[in-house]
Design a protein around this ligand. Structure first.
Ligand code: AHR
Length: 554
């Protein structure tokens, strides 16, 4: 049996579709209620500010993410801004993307940043970490890293979309000196160091001001196969002296996968062996959680357990959500383990890889490894996950969906001059209204969904979501996981009255609905104004939907 950790550690060596169609009523609102479901929003019980950084992204030199996805090159026929796909830039500006992680992933720990700077025609070609699982027909740029897109191009991309860069350093195969020289290359003032001059020679005389630095990636696996204690020693060494150049550098340690409580404890215990002050050098501890096991309890094998992105039945739909819901207990569990050692909770969680991971087969561009086609199911999953993040603003400093384009839970798919927004991309657009808002406590009193899970009675929650407020603007996002039933719900706002509102709904009559490079608008959010006023309102949530209610309060 192969687990994810073994798969990643060893690097890459390594139901029939039930077409469910349902009525898809556009949800309705009224002010009288016979509803058996209720959502209360408690304006007087703020949980904390929803950091925009919870809406972060992840881009790795993997398959079609960088080459073809982000980078088309300045001489391409594809509309571009300095080589970067123009449509992508426009959409990412729209969703207010706050931060992007790069260059990996596992790729990061085999990457030498020096290969990706300097004159483009002089940059070396290198074996890509993922090259061994590329097929013979994959483009050369996927198998052998051409280094046409490196630090400057990435930071330029971030600037174009209004994001902060988050760079992951190589701990497995480069030295601490290489790490701080990369910081120096990025951040030293114009004209101050030889590396600043090299940066200027590439057209970037002003510093990049990179604040977020990952110290390795998955150091328990592809990032060095360390024990937590060994990695803690590396982390201390790498972060002991790094030039600041006036930046408030934020170091993010490679943290646990899934429920590896031992990694969290072992790593932090070793860190503080030299005293609790050591924690000051750490901004965040990275948690990775992929939702991949849809075997309904039959296996824990990494290959056997995966489900299909497009072919699934209603039980698989719920299974993905059940597995995704585990995120909540991982956040609480690791937070508790961290608190045993970091009593003041100086270190926050950074969930810098999350999303569903299916078996290969749904690639829009054949040969793009790890690419999958997100459906309505992934939109509901992603909305549910973002709602979970909102409930824990004091614990999570950042989260990065894996990965932005042409990969796992992608917001966008692209090939040559074709581009589409996936249902996941629409969720990020809808939910961007939460960024920077005050997260509010909500109480969902909703009957569960009951279904048959391989001959055994199973249940899942009936509705969940989150609320935030900016001044008089309240945003309530709600997921209805039921595959076929709408949910009439009374919504009560404690502490204010609703003056007006609108509803944006993402749903479809087919659970498998998805957008593709050929059919870009199958799944689209629809917005309409609501005739509502008062302290409580009744709203009908469509089956299998993500809804955003934007309410003006008085
Ligand atoms: O996102 C794909 C891979 O998953 C990343 O490279 C790695 O960090 C994780 O195991």
């Amino acid at each position: 049996m192969v687990g994810r950790r073994e798969f990643i550690r060893n690097s890459v060596a390594g139901a029939g579709a039930l077409l469910l169609t349902r009525g898809a009523p556009f949800a309705s609102a009224s002010d009288s209620s016979g509803a058996d479901s209720r959502i209360e929003v408690l304006l007087t019980e703020p949980l904390g500010t929803i950091s925009p950084d919870l809406y972060g992204h992840f881009t790795e030199h993997l398959g079609g993410v960088i080459y073809d996805g982000i980078w088309v090159g300045p001489n391409s026929q594809v509309p571009n801004v300095d080589g970067i796909r123009k449509e992508l830039v426009e959409h990412m500006r729209k969703i207010k993307a706050p931060v992007v992680r790069y260059p990996g992933g596992c790729f990061a720990d085999s990457y030498d940043w020096k290969d990706g700077v300097g004159p483009v025609d002089k940059r070396p070609r290198r074996a890509n970490f993922w090259g061994d699982i590329e097929s013979p027909s994959s483009p050369a740029s996927h198998k052998y890293e051409p280094n046409q897109f490196g630090t400057n191009e990435f930071v330029h991309f971030c600037k174009l979309i209004g994001s902060q860069p988050y760079l992951a350093a190589n701990v497995r195969s480069l030295s601490a000196e290489d790490f701080y020289r990369w910081v120096e290359y990025c951040n030293s003032p114009a004209g101050s160091t030889t590396l600043a001059d090299m940066r200027a020679a590439s057209g970037y005389s002003e510093p990049h001001h990179v604040r977020f630095w990952g110290v390795g990636n998955e150091s328990w696996g592809c990032g060095g196969n360390f024990t937590p204690q060994e990695y803690a020693v590396e982390f201390r060494r790498f972060t002991t002296w790094v030039p600041r150049f006036g930046e408030n550098l934020a170091f993010i340690a490679s943290g646990p996968s899934d429920d590896s409580w031992d990694w969290t404890r072992g790593f932090l215990e070793e860190i503080v062996r030299k005293g609790p002050d050591q924690l000051r050098s750490m901004y965040g501890l990275a948690l990775h959680y992929y939702t991949w096991n849809l075997s309904r309890g039959r296996t824990r094998d990494w290959f056997e357990g995966k489900g299909d992105a497009l072919k699934f039945d209603a039980v698989d739909w719920y299974e993905l959500l059940r597995e995704g819901q585990v995120m909540e207990s991982l956040i609480s569990g690791h937070w508790q383990a961290m608190g045993e050692i970091d009593k003041q909770h100086q270190v926050k969680l950074v969930i810098d890889e999350w999303g569903p991971w299916y078996r290969p087969g749904s690639e829009q561009t054949p040969g793009n490894i790890l690419e999958q086609t997100p459906t309505l199911r992934d939109a509901v999953f992603s909305a549910m996950t973002l709602d979970i993040f909102h409930q824990h603003p004091e614990k999570i400093a950042m989260a990065n969906c894996a990965q932005l384009i042409n990969c796992l839970n992608s917001l966008y798919l692209a090939h040559e001059d074709r581009f589409c927004i996936t249902p996941v991309g629409h969720v990020f657009d809808m939910y961007s209204a939460h960024q920077g808002g005050q997260s509010l406590r909500t109480i969902f009193s909703v009957p569960s969904v009951h279904y048959d899970r391989d001959g055994k009675a199973a249940s899942f929650w009936g509705l969940k979501g989150s609320a935030s407020v900016h001044d008089k603007d309240l945003v309530l996002t709600v997921v209805n996981p039921h595959v076929s039933e709408s949910r009439e719900t009374e919504i009560v706002i404690r502490g204010a009255s609703i003056q007006s509102g609108s509803a944006t709904v993402l749903t479809h009559s087919d659970l498998h609905a998805h957008n593709s490079l050929g059919q870009k608008e199958v799944v689209q959010p629809q917005t309409r104004a609501l005739e509502i006023k008062g302290r409580s309102v009744t709203y009908v949530f469509s089956p299998a939907s993500v809804t955003k209610l934007a309410l003006k309060l008085s």
